[in-house]
Design a protein around this ligand. Sequence first.
Ligand code: UD1
Length: 361
Amino acid sequence: MRIISVAGARPNFMKIAPIVAALGKVPDVEHCLVHTGQHYDQRMSDVFFRDLSIPAPDVDLEVGSASHAVQTARIMVEFEKVCEAKRPDLIVVVGDVNSTMACTLVAAKLLIRVAHVEAGLRSFDRTMPEEINRLVTDSLADLLFTASRDADENLKREGVDPGKIHFVGNVMIDTLLKHHERAAVLDVAGDLGLAGKDYAVMTLHRPSNVDDPSVLKGILQVVHQISRSAPVVFPIHPRTSARINEFNLDSLVQDGVRVAEPMGYLEFLNLMSKAKLVMTDSGGLQEETTILGVPCLTIRKNTERPVTISEGTNKLVGTDPELLLESAVQILDGNWKESRIPEYWDGRAAERIVKVLTGGN
Ligand code: UD1
């Protein structure tokens, strides 16, 4: 059986890692890892291959950054050549980035089967580019691997044949549980001069939060205020860094707000697991904080990961500065909800996926 797995952007790497490892243990599988090059900086890509021991990609499409249409089209043109040369029986795509959707479209038209890992997530917000990617990918995929029961329900509501849906758990959590101990020996807070101090961590990169000057300013103002109670470590995405410069907001990322370069997987896991509070607009962090038991405030109006709210440590605060401030104060005062670990977030999702892929259902 010939399988191509695809990874393109930062949040794909921790999802593909356990699948590549599990496929490597199966005899009779000829596996090829394709990196689309959607993310290409050392700190957005290479460091994850190193930290997670992912083998170097067999093929790098080197598409780089561009508008959505241009980036998607470039991936399609290059990935079609790979599919024609390698003639896989199946491709595996993960998550909801442009690379996920672009490669799915190519494979579906070449009549190559598509397995989508992290299927069925819905924010019900089509202004989010990822929502479009999820809808297109799931409507074309032949095998839909879900991380939570709500995702199964979303797919069934959209008319997906239940026989194609497999609830397997969360591959991102496979990676977290595997590397947690290695990360625990680091002391990233200490290296930042925060030894023994309560601190918060923030990440921000969604276009809806960072591309509008008034929204970005509103968020940064309240975070600057929060940083008077607890320093806020802010590893910054290249998009966000560019916007802060462009909108002249540098004065809001000083003092208690400690801007850092994007971090590697182990460094960031260490930093996050010892934080009092995480503020984010990332999807993955909502899940990781749930497992780590760290309170999470999500700076978005919706989430495609409702289980992190109903069972985990997450709360949606939108972009309302008052609610963000009030919730952060509550957390820093030590008052937060009880949480539990969602079903099948147990470190064995990739194993279940590979069993289905190789016919061992
Ligand atoms: C992409 C994903 C998003 C994911 C995020 C994680 C889509 C639609 N979006 O958004 O779902 O949460 O990755 O980071 O696929 N850049 C660099 N170096 C890099 C990569 C990007 O400097 O290695 C800069 C470029 O200026 C680029 C910008 O970041 O234009 C945005 O990158 P892009 O991949 O288009 O989207 P993200 O915002 O990273």
